[in-house]
Design a protein around this ligand. Structure first.
Ligand code: SF4
Length: 364
């Protein structure tokens, strides 16, 4: 049997299980998933869209084709009778791993002392449930690359001191777009050291500072890979090219580009672009290749080939294995164990408060 007929057979079986489960199944896929996984999904989106769409479905089984923090976010918003299932529980996120509950507690304690008043956590969706839960408990919000600007500006207008984690680049790029003075932006590292952007140590702020932003020093290795030299190289290759990047890229890369935004924004820009236009995209490779295939009348190239190995763990075979188990479970086959992603009840309530605040501030 050749590879094509094998893939065809897998797709056939996936479609047949989907048909058998009907409305009881909802498959959500992140933009960075492979094209063949996206093709069999019911919903595709960035982490914000996946959380919102997963919260809307009444399906009993939500199969989340993405990394663990995405499945956790869906589990936080899921109803009592719903199960969020991962095709591969090993699909994690190195950026989300860069902050955990003890590190965040230590950072907040340190910052409360430095500022002289409680600091509000603003936490990127790319974080684990325990971090989202502490964010909710402290009255903070979650944000994604789609809505970071709106939510950060809400807190800055309220003159709140904000602790943004885990992605330094999304924080600094968002602050720059809002025109926040660099003197109001600080870094805090895993040891709890607070410093100005120029490196000077900050021990305390007196009188207590308003509207200041503290950035954790996490990063996404997939987006860190893009460089200003990449931008210069594609501009040298294609005279009329426009360069668009994700805000997890370094600020120098964002400054050298023609625009930065979430994957949803990148997709909308490419869809609206005229035929014959030429684009280099600085985000995960699967997204760029899929956009190039979907819009063949436009020239779309990766700014550099940068792949997320965790997203790439999930393929059609993993999806099929998960679906077979779901069908067995639904049919009451004894001993069937699903790869359910769950969040403890208290953490779920607290994290849900932070996610709900994000949705209110975004949609409101
Ligand atoms: S692309 Fe970056 S932030 Fe997204 S899952 Fe991969 S490592 Fe994490």
């Amino acid at each position: 049997m050749n590879i094509t007929s094998t893939i065809h057979g897998i797709e056939e079986e996936i479609r047949s299980i989907k048909k058998a489960l009907g409305d009881k199944l909802f498959i959500a896929a992140h933009h960075y998933q492979r094209g063949e996984v996206v093709a069999i999904s019911d919903c595709i989106g960035d982490s914000y869209r996946l959380a919102v769409e997963s919260a809307k479905t009444s399906a009993r089984y939500i199969l989340l084709c993405g990394v663990r923090f995405m499945a956790e976010s869906a589990a936080i918003l899921a109803r009592e009778n719903q199960m969020v299932i991962s095709p591969d529980l090993r699909a994690g996120c190195p950026m989300a791993d860069m902050i955990n509950l003890p590190l965040m507690l230590k950072a907040l304690e340190q910052l409360d002392g430095v500022v002289g008043r409680p600091v509000v956590p603003l936490t990127y969706m790319n974080s684990y449930a325990e971090v989202k839960a502490l964010t909710g408990e402290r009255g903070g919000a979650i944000c994604t690359s789609s809505n970071a600007e709106k939510i950060l500006s809400h807190y800055m207008e309220g003159k709140e001191p904000v602790f943004f984690s885990p992605d330094f680049n999304l924080g600094i790029n968002t602050a720059r777009r809002l025109g926040l003075s660099l003197e109001k932006i600080f870094k805090i590292d895993q040891q709890g050291n607070v410093s100005s952007l120029s490196g000077g140590v900050v021990a305390s702020m007196f009188p207590p500072a308003d509207g200041v932003l503290f950035l954790w020093d996490g990063y996404c290795h997939v987006h860190k890979a893009f460089t200003v030299a990449d931008v210069e190289r594609v501009r040298a290759c294609y005279s009329d090219i426009k360069v668009l990047v994700h805000p997890e890229c370094d600020p120098e890369v964002v400054a050298a580009s023609d625009g930065a935004g979430s994957t949803e924004w990148l997709y909308r820009m490419l869809r609206a672009a005229p035929a014959g236009s030429c684009w280099a995209i600085g985000t995960e490779l699967n997204f760029v290749y899929r956009a190039a295939a979907e819009f063949p009348e436009k020239k779309i190239v990766p700014l550099r080939e940068s792949l997320c190995p965790n997203m790439a763990r999930i393929g059609l075979e993993e999806v099929l294995k998960a679906l077979r188990l779901i069908l067995d479970y639904e049919n009451g086959a004894p001993g069937t164990v699903l790869s359910v992603v769950s969040v403890p009840p208290l953490a779920k309530t607290q994290a849900k408060a932070a996610l709900s605040r994000m949705i209110e501030l975004t949609e409101g």
